[in-house]
Design a protein around this ligand. Structure first.
Ligand SMILES: [Zn+2]
Length: 94
């Protein structure tokens, strides 16, 4: 998943603010990181973000989860393609 600095940069490009408090809340605590990415918590955490930091922060929180999902699946796709290529190559299939 993208490092925090990538999220800060993306928020800055989108809104003119880096929303560091949002991205650090999601990513910085290793013990809570997985829970804070849970899709089923979006309503609860999104509401909290909006109350704490405003509507744009809520949008940046959702965008953070979106960008992480996209990056993760791009990585998985790359791994699958490599596994398929390696397996075909192992059997001499071109
Ligand atoms: Zn994240």
């Amino acid at each position: 998943m993208p490092p925090i600095n990538d999220h800060l940069k993306t928020s800055m490009e989108r809104t003119g603010k880096d929303y560091r408090e949002v991205h650090e809340w999601i990513d910085a605590d290793p013990a809570k990181k997985a829970e804070r990415h849970e899709i089923t918590k979006i309503y609860e955490y999104g509401k909290m973000m909006e109350e704490r930091h405003g509507k744009e922060a809520l949008e940046e929180y959702i965008r953070h989860i979106h960008d992480d999902i996209k990056a993760k699946f791009n990585h998985i796709q790359h791994d699958i393609e490599k596994a398929v290529t390696d397996t075909l190559s192992y059997f001499g299939v071109k």
